[in-house]
Design a protein around this ligand. Structure first.
Ligand SMILES: Nc1ncnc2c1ncn2[C@@H]1O[C@H](COP(=O)(O)OP(=O)(O)O)[C@@H](O)[C@H]1O
Ligand SMILES: [Mg+2]
Length: 242
């Protein structure tokens, strides 16, 4: 029996993946700013709605403007999808809420809505938040003003692992978006979410050629290539391979 997969709605990428992402896995979508991660996420949800799947987008206040306006550029009618009951859009402002509030709300929605597809955009926002919180928490616990990077690292790791574990327990097929630090060693800001996730899709923009490239670096249960495939972002369409 062929394995159940969730298609991304991007023909070339679905082909590389043998039809899509294995069901109920956690896939990291990583790349630098402007590489197309959020568009890929929105496309995945638009495709889900088309297939009558329940979709959840979790985003954070950013300078990008509303997610609805961005989706509309590519012909995805997020407001209509929300009215139909197939899409829920959750937005948090991390300057105002604690990560525990994010997790609590996710779990509440998981029980009431039971999404098939989730996009979490992005784990880097949580990483940055965890870095700030960890520093304050460790200083308070140690009763000192000195930095203790080792302890801070433990708190940050705990936050990221806790969040990823919660996302995994939603039993949805989930894309976790991660900002790839320019020149950094890992595939994510925190450097370990790539090990915890079942798959990694990496998007880059070659500054010399102007070409956009996508590589599947890891995908559980899938025999995929490791080739950097060229793609375009097109008005009214979104991501188009080849
Ligand atoms: N309507 C459009 N047509 C073509 N390209 C677009 C359009 N809208 C945005 N883009 C491209 O997509 C990029 C943003 O993609 P996005 O998915 O938001 O990136 P990120 O990886 O930061 O989430 C922009 O920098 C631009 O190059
Ligand atoms: Mg983005």
């Amino acid at each position: 029996m062929a394995m159940d997969r969730e298609s991304l709605g991007i023909a070339g990428l679905d082909k590389i993946l043998g039809g899509g992402i294995p069901k109920e896995t956690l896939v990291l979508v990583t790349g630098s700013a402007g590489s197309g991660k959020s568009i890929l996420g929105m496309q995945y949800l638009a495709e889900g709605v088309k297939k009558k799947k329940k979709c959840l987008y979790v985003g954070f206040d950013s300078a990008d403007g509303g997610i609805h306006a961005q989706a509309a550029q590519f012909g995805w009618e997020f407001e209509k999808y929300e009215k139909s009951g197939l899409l829920k859009v959750l937005t948090f402002n991390m300057a105002e809420v604690h990560v525990i509030a994010v997790i609590t709300e996710l779990e509440r929605l998981a029980r009431s809505f039971k999404p098939d597809r989730v996009v979490f955009d992005s784990i880097s926002v949580i990483s940055m938040y965890a870095e700030v919180m960890a520093s304050a928490e460790v200083k308070q616990a140690m009763g000192s003003v000195s930095k203790d990077s080792m302890r801070e690292e433990v708190v940050i790791r705990g936050t990221i692992m806790g969040l990823l574990s919660r996302l995994r327990h939603l039993n949805a097929t989930t894309l976790v978006i991660s900002e790839l630090p320019e020149g950094g060693g890992g595939l994510s800001r925190d450097t370990y979410s790539e090990f915890i996730c079942d798959g990694v899709i990496r998007l880059v923009r070659n500054e010399a050629t102007g070409k956009r490239l996508a590589t599947v670096s890891k995908m559980r249960l899938t025999d995929h290539d490791f080739i950097a495939h060229t793609f375009q972002i097109e008005d009214k369409k979104g991501i188009v391979f080849g």
